[in-house]
Design a protein around this ligand. Structure first.
Ligand code: ADP
Ligand code: MG
Length: 686
């Protein structure tokens, strides 16, 4: 198959060029063809302008000119630039290059003919061009009509290199290119076939053709991703027998009667959904999405009790030792009175204790196992696992979820709990293989956390407030972005703040420093002391971000809050406001920038995690927050989860229909493999 051949099989690509292509993640001819031109970057020869005719409205335009001067200079705030002056028969223009672009500009020889794209504005003496992209024109190509692609480059590769090789590869494709979407789908959506689309995304016959080519590839990518996820779910459901748990019985009633509170309506609904899933023979694949503090833990306790009631074991996996330890405490409190045996497995356990625990587990003497990813290790074997819960899912990938589910001959029910509210479309993509239960709002009796945004000038005042809270018998968190002082960042570190407080306002008050570099046992001891009220103030990094529950903590101060994302700050804030006292969250910005303060102000205005997550996405883009890779899924090349929301909803329906057709699955599996290769294979094989 030519598309799996290394790029060196193409004419003109030797070892050296292949190495440069490898930097662009291009190894095979197929990779090359899927290396699409930069977003929006095509050269339209039909639209070539003369300098005289360039509009100065800041829009992107294309023109042809000759280099007549190159010099360096400094702009406002001493930013170095290289100015290349070019001319054609109608006038002069100045091209401005900054930073990494300067090197290439400085090498331009006088008299070189260039094809130039960039944003054009009116400068003082001549038209000035920024965001410049230039290419040498060789005489032959300059005459070529039509639209040419512009690729992101590495090393010494040139646009002409890539265009030439692309054309070669397309010749191979013309002879033999398997389709990657079902015929029916192509027809229904009026998409161009794969070869036409490939040709047009590289060398568009027209702008219209380019648009349909892009539409096809966006559709294809999302459709196949969705198929992969759905296929995974079906396979899991069909190939391995699940456990049919019975309806809630005496044990569950006992657990529920001993709960210190009534379930809220939202919790009851979530529990009904989960409970029904567990009573079904098909394995459950459900995500429980609830804002911080919405009370997810108790729901997991009920599910674990249900597994035990039916004579099976359950486990719950948490992303940090602190959180695992806390779940262990909570679950013991909820489940032990009903006679259930709960155990904790962490990475830092002594060998002997661990051996004993694992033996008990295999003998079925443990009903509920709580732990970190230590649960995933080979030698952790259950007697009969029927429920695997993972908490705070965004830290675990699809792969880890699958590994946990594979700890049993029977397919256990899988429940994923997450506090990171994810916009619906994103959830469909990332969790396409899961059903979703939502819990909005929080249990009654909670006062909203009052959030205040200040700049540093009010730090003294803020810490005086801290002392007052502590004197009133409350506890507090102080969160910093870094552990140690950094040479380069002007940011307050946890160590510094801790020393400062101990030597200052908190002199006679027990406080502690908590961060990710401490050993598991140390962290647990500190958290236990904090939970017991022995430690009044906890200075920490974001290790406390997820899940920690100490109701007496009523104040959180975040240093350099501008360095955190909104969603993360919301998670942090969720550590307070867990009791019936009024709680406060003070965001101290280490900057006076009005934008930074305005951004933080959003937290003052809203306590709705879903809203904040959307805001965060708007501000930072999807990549930063929820990279697909973080979820163990392949990255997308051309589709954009935030932009292509309509397509996502559409492909989800279509993927379901296609998979349901006879022979649909084999065919789709082939297509998914072709698209995502090994990356999805692992999931399919579980
Ligand atoms: P999260 O969803 O963030 O994991 P938790 O499960 O830690 O939230 O619950 C937060 C707090 O709310 C805990 O102290 C828990 O005991 C309490 N809680 C949960 N459900 C209820 C309820 N129905 N009524 C009152 N308090 C509740
Ligand atoms: Mg939780």
């Amino acid at each position: 198959m030519w598309w799996k051949e290394p790029v060196t099989s193409l004419k003109g690509i030797g070892v050296k060029k292949a190495a440069e292509l490898a930097e662009l993640n291009i190894a095979t001819v197929g990779d090359l063809l899927e290396y699409y031109p930069r977003q929006g970057a095509y050269l339209d020869y039909a639209n070539l302008k003369r300098i005289k005719d360039l509009l100065t409205d800041g829009s992107k335009q294309i023109f042809k000119a000759e280099v007549c001067q190159v010099r360096n200079g400094y702009g406002s705030s001493r930013r170095a630039y290289t100015l290349v002056t070019v001319r054609d028969e109608t006038g002069y223009a100045g091209l401005y290059f900054f930073a990494g672009q300067r090197y290439k500009a400085q090498k331009l020889a006088l008299g070189t003919k260039l094809l130039i794209t960039g944003r054009v504005r009116q400068g003082r003496t001549a038209k000035s061009v920024s965001e410049v992209d230039v290419q040498d024109i060789d005489a032959k190509e300059a005459k070529a009509p039509g639209i040419l692609p512009v690729y992101a480059l590495s090393g010494n590769l040139s646009q002409n290199n890539l265009r030439k090789w692309m054309a070669e590869a397309l010749k191979l494709a013309a002879k033999d290119l398997p389709e990657s979407l079902p015929e029916a789908v192509i027809k229904k959506e009026a998409l161009p076939d794969r070869l036409t689309a490939l040709r047009n995304i590289h060398f568009p016959a027209s702008w219209e053709a380019l648009r349909s080519a892009k539409r096809r590839f966006v559709f294809e990518e999302l459709f196949l991703l969705q198929c992969g996820l759905l296929y995974y779910r079906q396979q899991n459901r069909d190939q391995r027998e699940g456990v049919k748990h019975g309806a809630d019985g005496a044990l569950l009633r006992q657990v529920r009667e001993h709960l210190p509170f009534e379930l809220t309506e939202q919790q009851q609904r979530a529990w009904r959904e989960i409970s029904l899933d567990m009573q079904d023979k098909r394995p459950m694949h459900r995500i429980l999405q609830g804002d911080v503090g919405s009370g997810k833990t108790v729901i997991s306790a009920l599910a674990l009790a249900k597994a035990a009631e039916n004579g099976y074991q359950g486990c719950i996996m948490a992303p940090t030792e602190i959180l695992a330890a806390q779940h262990y405490d909570t679950l013991r409190e909820f489940l032990q009175p009903a006679g259930l045996r709960v155990a904790l497995l962490t990475g830092g356990m002594r060998a002997r204790a661990r051996r004993e625990l694992l033996l008990n587990l295999e003998l079925g003497l443990i009903d509920v196992l709580v732990g970190t990813h230590a649960l995933l290790e080979e030698d952790v074997r259950f007697a009969h696992l029927s429920l695997a819960v993972t908490d705070e899912q965004h830290r675990f990938g699809v792969e880890q979820r699958a590994r946990l589910a594979n700890k049993s001959q029977i397919a256990p029910d899988v429940l994923v709990m997450t506090a990171t509210p994810i916009p619906r479309t994103l959830a469909l993509t990332v969790y396409g293989d899961l059903d979703i239960s939502l819990m909005k709002g929080r249990p009654p009796g909670r006062k909203p956390v009052q959030t205040l945004c200040y700049n540093e000038s009010r730090r003294r005042e803020v810490y005086e407030g801290l002392v007052r809270q502590l004197q009133a018998g409350r506890q507090a968190y102080v969160v910093c972005p870094l552990i140690e002082q950094s040479e380069t960042l002007r940011v307050r570190s946890a160590e510094n703040v801790y020393e400062e407080l101990r030597g200052g306002v908190l002199k006679n008050i027990p406080c502690a420093l908590l961060h990710g570099r401490l050993k598991g046992a140390e962290k647990e001891a500190i958290m236990a002391d904090f939970a017991a009220g022995k430690i009044k103030a906890l200075v920490s990094t974001t290790v406390i971000e997820v899940g920690v529950n100490v109701p007496n903590a009523t104040l959180m101060i975040v240093e350099n809050a501008e360095r955190f994302g909104l969603a993360q700050l919301h998670q942090l804030r969720g550590r307070v406001g867990r009791g019936d006292q009024q709680s406060y969250c003070v965001l101290l910005a280490g900057t006076d920038s009005p934008e930074a303060l305005a951004r933080l102000q959003v937290l003052h205005d809203s306590e709705d995690g879903f809203y904040l997550a959307e805001k965060d996405l708007e501000q930072r883009g999807v990549g930063q927050l929820f990279g697909l890779r973080q979820h163990g899924l392949p990255d997308l090349r051309i589709a954009d989860i935030m932009r292509d929301t309509d397509t996502i909803a559409q492909v989800r329906r279509l993927a379901g229909q296609e998979l349901a057709k006879p022979n649909g699955r084999q065919e789709l599996r082939r297509m998914v493999d072709m698209q995502f290769g090994e990356r999805f294979g692992m999931i399919f094989n579980t």
